[in-house]
Design a protein around this ligand. Structure first.
Ligand code: S3P
Length: 167
């Protein structure tokens, strides 16, 4: 079974995903990087060129293209599960794990870069509201929730303890 990590921007999906894939001997795919490669553009450039709606369609297309992967850990963009269609596509080939990380931790991480158009367009208060809305989506969509507020290796161990890779 494949594993797809979801969670808010800055929740550590990429770092945890890489380490988890390494430990399991799985492949690793970051869906944002996959989209960037297929467009030959960065995420901010994609947002500038085709808008958020275009990016969301690209996410759906990427999730469909990736459906033949085996023994792969995916880290999803923070908004990938907004669309129930994406969740349905993913659930056919991956177990979805939600990395639960407090807002302040995510906020401190995402403030460092300028590579997230959603963050650049919002104040801290707006982001907190956005985080709370997203939380509900992650909770509804995920098969499992794990505490992602500790170190990368602790979070990876929390996921390994679920024993989903053996299913
Ligand atoms: C987004 C999260 C980003 C990226 C895009 C939109 C979102 O991914 O897909 O900037 O809507 O939450 P990360 O969660 O990996 O930062």
């Amino acid at each position: 079974m494949n594993i797809a990590l979801c969670g808010y921007m800055g929740s550590g999906k990429s770092s945890v995903g890489k380490s988890l894939a390494f430990k399991l001997g799985y492949e690793y795919i970051d869906t944002d990087e996959y989209i960037e490669k297929s467009f030959g553009m960065s995420i901010p450039k994609i947002f500038d060129t085709i808008g958020e709606a275009g990016f969301r369609s690209a996410e759906t297309e990427a999730l469909m293209h990736l459906s033949n992967r085996k023994r792969t850990v995916f880290s999803l963009g923070g908004g990938s599960l907004i669309s129930p269609e994406n969740r349905d596509i993913l659930l056919k080939y991956a177990t979805i794990v939600y990395l639960e990380v407090p807002f302040e931790t995510c906020y401190n991480r995402i403030c460092e870069g300028a590579d997230r158009p959603i963050v650049n367009a919002k104040t801290k208060e707006e982001l907190l509201q956005h985080y709370n809305q997203r939380l509900a989506i992650y909770e509804q969509s995920a098969d499992y929730r794990v505490n992602g507020s500790g170190s990368i290796s602790t979070t990876v161990d929390n996921i390994l303890r679920l024993s989903i890779a053996r299913n």
